[in-house]
Design a protein around this ligand. Structure first.
Ligand SMILES: [Zn+2]
Length: 686
């Protein structure tokens, strides 16, 4: 076998028109769809209607156990629920909001309805943790707010905040929300109140969708060509796609749990996720940055506005920065500092984050800008004003992440393991009594497990846990050891009646994995999850429990997958990352005896790669080719159209933007080994 690194020797071989059969080979690119769609999935869509009606009927008078009531009461007594400071801050500087609360989607339907949370007015119902209820009320406050003279925010028009900074001639916009519809609506509100001014700059604080996706609602390519700058932290474009790409399908499915996408917005269902109300459905996009911030201390001035940056890579997001605005004595804390304990591990699944590093970035903000900052605002939640309150928020958040990291390791070094540590780890009152440090999004429990995992991985060192049975076999054994399912159900019912929900959930889960059709166990487990949901202070835990209950009761509905993935996002995937994605979609067992090579050439960008299947593993070597292997020639846009399912192989071949040289069958059988995972897999059942 010859590997030709410089020339495309396969080009001499004959060209083929792709037969119709190849049309089925289009590689489904549901990956981002998965993650995005998740977030955009609406419980209002047709498929869930029946479920909702049933759910409403089931929950018309929701049962709330005494244990839930007393747990919620105890927490309310621990916290200073009379303290209205956050409400004053969240309402401070209110200018206006649109009367019509519905933001329409370009493709039809509603992209976002900031009026959907009107039910949050009033005291906490028994079906919600009062601390989470309070937070949900705060994050649902919508409209245009003045941060300081020259800085304004539109809040609750999406999951995140959009910030407008007045420059000499127009607006510098920080974090343009998730979709173009919501970003455009926010700009329309600013225009209505201040008169129409152009956007002269965009700042993406980090590589998560809720901070850049709506950019096309504000500016276009021609604006960029005409000098509008887009500032972003180092590594931004790659991280927008790479952080979640390889595991995207499973993360997406788990995110339907975490964000409560299948739940109605109601006092006994989804009430907000702690970080913001919920996510918009519409068209996300991406315009590439023009200015890269690659070190702390870097300064950029746009439209007369000076920004001093603190780079914060690898904490909340792989690519992120915070910045200080000296003219305004204002600090943009991005998503590093929030009015919640954020996630060191996000329950939808992700690589864990380092609390020590996170804390150090906040400390850097404190010693660099703490003395001069008069107002601090972020990518979520409301600002705080005055040096004392800024200091209190920043130091509380700094201490929170540091304490979690360090005390987890202290206990781990004493021999305590991942599931033991959260049972003994309590935050000091100085941290825990501050609302900004409460676990509305992350929790002390799962974040401390994350810090354990960061250093030790999943294994606790106990040989009993080195090679346990899988959940079905374990459940079956457990049922057998306990003398049958009914014995377990009876004991779980007694625990349920005593308010001991956590072990009831564990034991009933064994029964479900042994006997997925056991209705009695499923109903009791659903009831147990529901009580845990009503008790949870974390919006994402609540959503997990209530979604688990929903799927236990009604099973999985094979709901239509809303493909909201944008051409911008697909285009941004670097070719080598795309091949890594193909590799995790290769059916290993099927490919195990089908070793072969394939040349892949992008005719317009000049990129090429050699793909090698060896023993069921797919490798790629960028820039190389094999003269003896067949070659797939196509343009980048043809590849993107395939992946967006806009066109088939056949159509692209007819247009001339795709062709095969060499053994067509070999190309065909190569792609036949690539599979697309199912989105609606079981979570609460085997
Ligand atoms: Zn965010």
């Amino acid at each position: 076998m010859r590997y030709d690194k410089s020339s495309d020797s396969a080009a001499k071989k004959g060209r083929y028109i792709i037969p119709k059969k190849l049309a089925v080979l289009a590689i489904g690119f549901t990956l981002f769809a998965m993650l995005l769609m998740v977030m955009m999935y609406s419980a209002k869509s047709g498929g869930t209607k029946a479920a909702l009606q049933r759910n409403q009927a089931e929950t018309s008078a929701p049962f709330v156990s005494d244990a839930v009531k007393s747990s919620n009461k105890k927490l309310a007594a621990y916290l200073d629920m009379q303290d209205r400071t956050d409400f004053e801050d969240a309402e401070r500087g209110f200018i206006a909001t649109f009367e019509d609360t519905k933001i329409m989607a370009e493709a039809g339907g509603v992209a976002y309805d900031f009026g959907a949370y009107a039910f949050l007015n009033g005291p906490a119902p028994e079906t919600a943790n009062p601390s989470l209820w309070r937070q949900s009320q705060l994050v649902a406050k919508h409209g245009l707010f003045k941060v300081t003279e020259g800085i304004y925010q539109v809040r609750a028009y999406d999951l995140s905040n959009i910030t407008f900074i007045r420059g000499d001639t127009g607006w510098i916009v920080v974090d343009p929300l998730i979709t173009k519809e919501t970003a455009a609506r926010a700009k329309a509100l600013v225009d209505r109140e201040f008169g129409v001014l152009p956007v002269t700059g965009i700042v993406y604080t980090h590589s998560h969708l809720d901070h850049y996706g709506g950019v096309r609602g504000l500016v276009s390519e021609s604006d960029i060509a005409n000098g509008v700058e887009i500032i972003a932290p180092d590594g931004f474009v790659r991280e927008t796609v790479s952080e979640n790409i390889l595991a995207g399908n499973a993360m997406g499915r788990r995110a339907t749990y975490m964000f409560g996408a299948l739940l109605p917005k109601r006092a006994d269902a989804q009430i907000g996720v702690g970080l913001g109300p919920t996510v918009s459905r519409g068209i996300p996009g991406l315009l590439y940055p023009t200015i890269n911030v690659d070190h702390t201390g870097q300064t950029v001035t746009i439209d007369g506005v000076k920004m001093d940056f603190i780079l914060a890579l690898g904490a909340e997001a792989p690519s992120e920065f915070m910045f200080y605005l000296p003219q305004f004595k204002a600090f943009c804390q991005a998503e590093i500092i929030n009015h919640t304990l954020h996630n060191l591990y996000t329950p939808r699944g992700a690589k864990v984050r380092d609390g020590q590093l996170w804390s150090k970035y906040i400390d850097q903000a404190i010693y660099t800008y703490g003395d001069e900052t008069e107002v601090s605002f972020g990518s979520h939640h409301w600002p705080v004003w005055g040096k004392d309150k800024v200091a209190a928020l920043w130091t509380g958040q700094r201490d929170l992440y540091r304490y979690l990291h360090d005390q987890t390791l202290r206990l781990a070094n004493q021999g305590y393991t991942m599931h033991e540590i959260p049972e003994r780890l309590n935050l000091p009152d100085g941290i825990a009594k501050s609302f900004a440090n409460r676990g509305y999004y992350g929790t002390v429990s799962h974040n401390s497990k994350a810090q354990y995992q960061l250093y030790f991985g999943y294994f606790d060192g106990n040989p009993a846990n080195l090679d346990p049975l899988g959940p079905v076999a374990e459940g079956t054994k457990f049922v057998e050891y306990m003398g049958g399912a009914q014995n377990i159900i009876d004991k779980a019912q007694a625990d349920f009646d005593n308010g001991e929900f956590r072990y009831a959930a564990t034991a009933l889960n064994y029964v479900i994995f042994a006997q997925p059709e056991n209705k009695q166990a499923a109903n009791l487990l659903a009831d147990t999850y529901t009580q845990l949901g009503y008790m949870a202070e974390s919006g994402s835990w609540r959503d997990f429990y209530l979604t688990g209950a929903l799927e236990l009761r009604r099973g999985i509905k094979d709901l239509p997958v809303v493909r909201t993935v944008s051409a911008d996002t697909v285009k941004a995937v670097p070719l080598d990352l795309y091949f890594d994605l193909l590799a995790v979609r290769l059916n290993g067992p099927k490919a195990a005896k089908k070793d072969r090579n394939l040349n892949f050439v992008l005719t317009d960008t000049g990129e090429k790669a050699l793909l090698i299947i060896s023993n069921g593993a797919l490798h790629h070597r960028m820039g190389q080719s094999d003269a003896d292997a067949p070659t797939l020639n196509l343009t980048r846009s043809a590849l993107d159209q395939l992946n967006l399912k806009q066109k088939t192989f056949m159509q692209l071949a007819k247009e001339g933007s795709l062709s095969v040289e060499g053994n067509l069958l070999a190309v065909k059988s190569f792609f036949a080994l690539i599979e697309e995972p199912d989105f609606w897999f079981e979570v609460v059942r085997p």
